[in-house]
Ligand binder design. Structure first.
Ligand code: PMP
Length: 782
């Protein structure tokens, strides 16, 4: 008898059986999530009637039938559930009920045998046999249907379902339904591995029709050999490796040493169907992802109906394994899994962290300091991820240099290609220099039409300062409090961030004039909404008045980065620039951190305030990590600098840098990264403001596009900076796989300025993990 949870009565099932197959029998519902019924005929023979849900279209059933048919043809010497045709020779059986509902299904032969999970412990021979059978199945299925030709619907779209391992991240946003924070942490870790290791390789992995659910219930065993494989109901086109990964996830659940058992299965698989290096690399994160999907689906179902015990059979076993797996380094896990193959998935990563720290101490100047309490040894970068010595990925929310993503293939290729053809200097003519200069000028207001190329932000600011002084014949320069413009002597002299910071000796030069930060959160005019920008701008005028002579200029970032991710209020630059120009000075905007579309709404951050500077300084993102920088100004200003003294920077504007610079501009455009930054940034700021409502320590969330700051305070009334906690939070986030930094005059602002390719899923993960860590800090004993 179908049990209480069955959708259909035994009368209905009997009717379907007799009309479509001409026989019926004793009917009982089989365990599991699907509507499957055992039909026992009077003569003792058994069949399985699988009813189709909405997603199981006629196309899907045909694929399933085709798969079983072809595997049977191939003579794998195992039992597979053959489809029984209806009286009219169809694979699909249909019945219209009295209330006009249509029931669809298919009848399968019942396959005798004991499930793997009931015949434990598994002997080595059995593990080997499993690997061999899966490999054979994968080979057969890869031959019968060409990738791309398998559709799951009439409209030709590919079949997918909620167990689809190539789309495991569809469940990532549901992590929050897990109540236990330790378990949430495990799931965040799993999906992070999936996003950083599996996702970038998914499309390039060999694809084929796969079984899709080789779990330990669906594998039948006799005499420690695989006797049958059941349930092709989840088959779909997928990366072929998913079949093996799914099998490994379930068949090692009860193994004391899951890596050893998995290595045995993988070894024998590899002998039959040789794995590629990329396939080996994704197995561990895929195994973890399958278990993660399983526990999330279980948790979801429990919320709907906790009485359905057989829906949760694997849940605790899966959690136990996930706990073990999450304590294993991905590189180490992969090396263990590949043990019985001839593949070496990780090249030698060199010295370990402690050794390298020691050598660094010996050879590198001590003022060059690594970040974090426990420094990271990074061996690889891709997109928004950095990978450490242990193969662990980190979501990079901090390094704005690799603007279009770490090691972007197009940028790498452009550099490599040009390096193999020519690298020379600006004393010779080559097309790249002028082509690039034109491309750069095209991004700027018309009057900014003349370029200089150098190699770093410091060098570019240094040059901007010289140009301003040469043009104006003045020396005095205005700088913003807490600003940083570079590490050279003059730049340290004009960077309050340094001369007022640790090791600094105060303002060194009388020609440097520091103006207050236009800080809407802490500044003098913080209460003002309308006129704050003008008020801060007028402070620049007041300081100019104290100088009493014309000035060379005013140098400022368009948004203040080291100063604590400050967004100056509207009208600030218009007002300040007017005062500077009235005093004969030039306005220099340092776009080293803020340029190239980061702010989303505009390509350059100064455009936010509708001003045009006299000189624009560019650095960091300009070469996506390649050391290059630029100064762009008006022709008239550049002409004044040509006073007879040649300007020559050996490496500035070399053909390789120009090729790389153009590739960066191409990628920003082709990948729509400016608009992407606007969208992702807006979502992130929204999420952070929700957290602000939950956590008192968040005093202020500010930013635009992917230039964001979170200011932490111990007290929202008197804004006592939470410097210690900001540092603790950044270190905690790093332990959770997310890179951030602190900055601002009190080092209490969490700085967010990621590669522009971060996804919504990355941003959502960041918000969830930040929420958890803030909660954990709040509840931790003092
Ligand atoms: N200007 C700003 C705003 C910067 O942030 C930096 C570097 N942090 C520089 C200039 C100096 O650039 P570089 O380190 O390339 O010399």
């Amino acid at each position: 008898m179908p049990n209480n949870n069955s959708l259909y009565s035994s009368q209905t099932i009997t009717k379907l059986m007799t009309t479509e197959y001409g026989f019926s029998g004793e009917i009982s519902r089989l365990a599991g999530e699907n509507e499957n019924y055992l039909i026992k005929k009077e003569d003792g023979s058994c069949f399985v009637l699988k009813l189709a849900d909405k997603e199981t279209t006629a196309e899907v059933i045909k694929i399933e039938h085709l798969a079983v048919d072809q595997l049977n043809e191939a003579g794998l010497d195992i039992n597979l559930p053959r489809v029984i045709m209806t009286k009219t020779g169809s694979v699909l059986a249909c019945l219209k009920t009295k209330d006009k509902k249509q029931i669809r299904g298919r009848l399968l032969e019942f396959v005798e045998g004991k499930a793997w999970c009931e015949s434990l412990p598994a002997k080595v021979k059995q593990l080997e046999d499993l690997g061999k059978i899966i490999a054979k199945m994968n080979i057969v299925l890869s031959f019968i249907v060409q990738p791309g030709s398998i559709t799951g619907s009439k409209n030709g779209s590919k079949r997918t379902h909620h167990w689809d391992l190539a789309r495991a991240d569809q469940h990532r946003s549901k992590i929050s339904i897990i109540d236990n924070p330790k378990r949430r942490e495990i799931l965040e870790w799993v999906f992070h591995l999936y996003a950083a290791i599996v996702k970038p390789l998914l499309e390039s992995l060999p694809q084929s029709l796969i079984h899709g659910d080789i779990n330990d219930d669906n594998v039948l065993v006799a005499d420690h050999k695989i006797a049958g494989i059941l349930d092709f109901g989840d088959c779909l086109e997928n990366p072929t490796i998913c079949d093996l990964a799914i099998a490994l996830a379930y068949h090692t659940l009860d193994e004391g040493d899951p890596f050893k058992a998995a290595a045995t299965i993988i070894g024998s698989y590899h002998k039959v169907r040789a794995l590629t290096m990329d396939e080996i690399k994704v197995i561990f994160p895929l195994m973890c992802a399958r278990l993660a999907v399983s526990v999330i689906i279980s948790a979801q179902r429990k919320k709907i109906d906790p009485s359905q015990k057989n829906w949760f059979v694997s849940e605790e076993r899966a959690w136990k394994k996930l706990e073990i797996f999450s304590k294993t380094n991905p590189a180490q896990a992969t090396i263990l899994l590949a043990e019985k193959t001839n593949l070496a998935p990780f090249e030698d990563s060199g010295a370990c962290v402690s050794e390298l720290l020691k050598t660094r101490q010996k050879l590198i100047a001590p003022s060059v300091s690594p970040s974090y309490k426990k420094p990271l040894k990074i061996v690889r970068g891709k997109g928004q991820y950095l990978y450490d010595y242990h193969g662990r990925p980190f979501l990079d929310l901090y390094n704005n240099v690799c603007h279009v993503g770490h090691c972007h293939p197009k940028v790498v290729e452009a550099g490599q290609k040009q390096m193999a053809i020519l690298n020379t200097n600006t004393r010779y003519l080559y097309d790249g220099l002028t082509e690039y200069a034109q491309r750069l000028c095209d991004t700027l207001p018309e009057e900014l039409d003349t370029c200089f190329f150098v190699n770093s932000g410091s060098e570019a600011n240094e040059l901007a300062l010289r140009i301003a002084r040469t043009y104006t014949h003045q020396k005095d320069i205005l700088v913003v409090d807490n600003a940083y413009h570079g590490h050279t002597s003059s730049m340290i002299d004009i960077s309050p961030y340094k001369f007022m910071g640790k090791g600094g000796k105060g303002k060194p030069e009388p020609w440097v004039h520091v103006v207050p930060v236009a800080d809407g959160y802490r500044g003098q005019f913080k209460g003002q909404t309308e006129d704050a920008g003008k008020s801060y701008g007028n402070q620049v005028g007041e300081i100019i008045d104290t100088i009493g002579t014309p000035v060379a200029g005013f140098i400022t970032e368009s948004l203040l980065s080291c100063g604590g991710q400050v967004i100056p209020p509207n009208e600030y630059f218009k007002t300040a620039f007017k005062h500077v120009r009235d005093a004969g000075g030039l306005c220099i905007t340092d776009e080293v951190q803020t340029g190239f579309g980061r702010v989303g709404s505009h390509f350059w951050a100064f455009e936010l305030q509708n001003v045009v500077p006299d000189i624009v300084v560019m650095g960091k993102p300009i070469g996506n990590g390649h050391p290059m920088s630029a100064v762009v100004t008006r022709k008239e200003i550049a002409n004044s600098f040509a006073n007879g003294m040649e300007f020559f920077a050996t490496f500035g504007g070399n053909p390789v840098s120009c090729a790389i610079g153009m590739a960066v501009l191409d990628v920003i455009k082709e990948e729509g990264l400016q608009e992407h930054a606007r969208k992702i940034g807006a979502g992130m700021i929204e999420g952070l403001n929700v957290l602000k409502g939950k956590h008192d320590i968040i005093g202020h969330v500010r930013g635009i596009g992917l230039f964001i700051g979170i200011e932490l305070v111990n007290n929202r009334d008197n804004l006592v900076p939470a410097t210690q906690k900001a540092s603790e939070l950044v270190n905690r986030m790093k332990e959770r796989g997310i890179l951030l930094g602190t900055d601002g005059p009190f080092n209490n602002v969490i700085k967010i300025k990621p590669p522009m390719v971060i996804t919504k899923q990355d941003a959502d993960m960041f918000i969830r993990v930040l929420d958890d860590e803030l909660l954990s800090m709040e509840t931790a004993p003092c």
